[in-house]
Design a protein around this ligand. Structure first.
Ligand code: BG6
Length: 454
């Protein structure tokens, strides 16, 4: 049984939902200056939540959400390093409106949207970004810390890192990528320290994308490959956040890629002394690994395809799992496997900050959207989550992705996740009107029954 304080939420991120990318003093973020697919309508308008936030919160209330996980745009609040009062006012109003409606605000401070001016001077490769991040977060804690209980530092740092080479158009070496990653780990530790030292009343944690990695066969070699992949993909990030250390197996893979970061004594101290209060994680699917000889390939995919490293592991197909129309495997029981792995390693409360199915929804002439595939996906995951809770795992809440349709990270608007449909396409902004999908009514029942009716 879910306890009565269990948070039933839903998630979004700033650049994927807000729009208003250049309004009210906002500086462009790296997302605003990136190339989008040719001929598509402006992705920067997103769901135009910046101009619809009151209507959206009213819909969240009607949905019955008791939590809303969103991210704050660094470049809106602190463009070019200076506080922007209009940006601060936007989030302040949003937080107040959520609280007025009985919805707990869950805040991620950084979700893939570094201010463009920081990228110009080297982004996370420049150690000064650590201090800029600390200044930004300190300001957020001082400004919103009395109203926000659950904070997350960096969304999916592991996916950002593993996609780093692709995102740089192969310009960066693995060494560059993992030095940036190291700076993010230090930055995270630093802001967790600021949060704890400041005596703010809530909790702070990381929000990586974590998934169990299965061996492709029952051979010891494939099991070892799965262990290495999991260390590299999952535990590197959580061992750092929870214990302030580098995972040994992950470090070994880094050495093989000639990508071991330079770590100063102060960095080690910073990481060791400043760790997290809880583990937030995003879960979409599981991974599968097979042994990879030293002569094998090293290549990068997305969170579905994973990563292949010569000498350690190669991504493998898992023939036991069905796939979404976008080719992502669906593995509800894998959520249970993953949650047990996390809890056995860290013994901290957990919060699911993303879980969901991206699909091509169709708006019918009568304004309905029949997304039964999404209901099936979420139901099956909630059933497994309930088993986790019954088995004694401490979960703070569940925030599926996404509260409302947002721009997908690399599939634009055609791949939707929301409970609320936004009337626009990749090629036409239309009227951006909101419609409730079938999953909206279904999740409403789940929430009102505290997870008893799924
Ligand atoms: C997570 C991200 O990787 O997965 C979200 O935190 C993202 O920002 C979500 O939208 C789904 O991925 P995609 O590529 O389908 O949008």
């Amino acid at each position: 049984m879910f306890n009565k304080n269990f948070l039933w939420g839903a998630s979004t991120s700033a650049y994927q939902v807000e729009g208003a990318w250049n309004e009210d003093g906002k500086e462009p973020s790296v997302q605003d200056v990136r190339q989008v697919p040719k001929d598509t309508t402006d992705f920067k308008v997103a769901a135009d939540h910046y101009h619809h936030w009151q209507e959206d919160v009213a819909l969240f209330k009607e949905l019955g959400l008791t939590a809303y996980r969103f991210s704050i745009s660094w470049s809106r609040v602190m463009p070019n390093g200076k506080v922007n009062p209009k940006g601060v006012a936007f989030y302040s109003q949003l937080i107040d409106e959520l609280k007025k409606n009985g919805i707990e605000p869950i805040v991620t401070v950084f979700h893939f949207d570094l201010p463009a001016s920081l990228k110009e001077v080297g982004g996370w490769g420049n150690r000064q970004t650590i201090d800029a991040f600390a200044t930004y977060c300190h300001f957020l804690f001082d400004t919103f810390g009395d109203r926000v209980t659950y904070w997350q530092t960096i969304n999916e740092q592991n996916m950002l890192t593993l996609a780093g080479k692709l995102l740089s158009g192969n310009q960066k070496s693995w060494k560059d990528i993992f030095q940036e990653n190291h700076h993010m780990l230090v930055a995270q530790a630093k802001v967790m320290g600021i949060y704890h030292d400041g005596g703010y009343p809530g909790k702070i944690g990381p929000a990586p994308n974590i998934c169990a990695v299965y061996p492709a066969t029952s051979s010891a070699e494939d099991q070892l490959a799965a262990d290495y992949m999991s260390a590299f993909r999952n535990w590197l990030y959580l061992d750092a956040a929870v214990y302030g250390i580098y995972n040994v197996q992950a470090l070994e893979v880094l050495r093989s890629l000639d990508a071991e970061p330079e770590i100063t004594e102060e960095d080690r101290k910073m990481m060791k002394e400043n760790t997290c209060d809880y583990v937030a994680f995003n879960y979409y699917n599981t991974a599968c690994a097979k042994a990879n000889p030293v002569s094998g390939t090293t290549e990068q995919g997305d969170q579905q395809k994973g990563l292949t490293v010569a000498g350690y592991f190669a991504s493998a197909e898992n023939p036991t799992l069905p796939k979404t129309e976008f080719g992502w495997t669906i593995d509800p029981v894998g959520l249970r496997v993953t949650a047990h792995q996390i809890y056995s390693r860290y013994h901290l409360p957990m919060l699911i900050t993303e879980n969901g199915l991206g699909g091509r929804d169709v708006l019918e002439e009568d304004g309905t959207i029949h997304d039964n595939y999404r209901i099936d996906y979420l139901r099956d995951h909630i059933v497994e989550l309930k088993k986790c809770v019954d088995e004694g795992l401490p979960f703070i809440g569940y925030c599926p992705w996404s509260a409302i349709d947002v721009i997908s990270t690399h599939e634009g608007m055609r791949k939707r996740y929301g409970f609320i449909y936004v009337n626009r396409s990749d090629f036409d902004l239309k009227d951006l009107k909101r419609y409730k999908k079938d999953s909206f009514y279904w999740y409403q029942t789940v929430i009102s029954s505290n997870g008893q009716t799924v």
